[in-house]
Design a binder for this molecule. Structure first.
Ligand SMILES: [Ca+2]
Ligand SMILES: [Ca+2]
Length: 227
């Protein structure tokens, strides 16, 4: 009897530990663009006819499967995205765009703290063009990036990350690209993520179970002493 109670208690302690170390789930669908632009909506205007596409890494292919002949390497910087960098990334390239965007709605079922972010890269062929491009990345109303491409570095992956407290509800992840000169700079993005903060305290329900488990240990000890 005593041993059974102890085993049950140890089992409950194991459950509590499992809660904190669970692998985070990306609430962004196809955040690594391995399924092309599935799950993303293209918005804004593009008078040139080169909408955003999902290109392949390390490929010297022409648009729409490569960056006009320039091989783009996968992101090599650390990111909290649970999705592998994979083989593909989203490519903004049009030289004449007004608020050209990729947007996705994110459903937050549980209120709490969330880690959000993405990675971005400027291919050299676009970077060397005379025209600049303006790029913004915003997730759940937090602006993670808002920059002129030519003010940064070419051929270098940058990661943008933040933390937000969210109530349950529907939020938006949105990337917006603007150019106004022919030819202009381009942007590649990958590994968009929204994950529950990995530093989690056990859920109240788990704490209650843990309490029951500890009570079991106490009862077992008392019974042992009485016997
Ligand atoms: Ca990818
Ligand atoms: Ca361009």
């Amino acid at each position: 009897m005593t041993r059974k109670l102890l085993i049950a208690s140890v089992g409950l302690l194991g459950l509590a530990a499992g809660t904190a170390s669970a692998t985070p789930v990306n609430l962004v669908s196809n955040g690594s663009f391995e399924n092309g632009l599935a799950g993303w909506t293209i918005g804004g205007t593009d008078s040139q006819g080169y909408p955003p596409v999902a290109i392949f890494y390390n490929s010297a292919s022409a648009y729409p499967t490569g960056a006009f002949g320039e091989a783009v390497p996968p992101n090599n910087a650390a990111t909290l995205s649970p999705d592998p960098v994979g083989q593909r990334a989203a490519y903004f390239v049009s030289d004449f765009t007004v608020n050209q965007s990729l947007t996705q709605q994110i459903n937050i079922a549980t209120a709490g703290t969330y880690q959000i972010g993405f990675s971005a890269y400027a291919p050299l062929n676009g970077f060397n063009n005379a025209g600049d491009a303006r790029f913004t990345g915003e997730i759940a109303s937090l602006v993670l990036a808002n920059y002129s491409v030519k003010a940064g570095a070419a051929q270098t992956w940058q990661t943008y990350a933040g933390s937000v407290n969210l109530a349950a509800g529907v939020y938006t992840a949105q990337f917006v690209f603007n150019t106004n000169l022919f030819p202009s700079a381009d942007v590649v993005i990958d590994q968009v993520y929204v994950i529950r903060d990995p530093v989690q305290v056990p859920e109240p329900a788990t704490l209650a179970l843990l309490g029951v488990g500890l009570m079991g240990v106490g009862l077992a000890r008392r019974k042992t002493r009485a016997a």
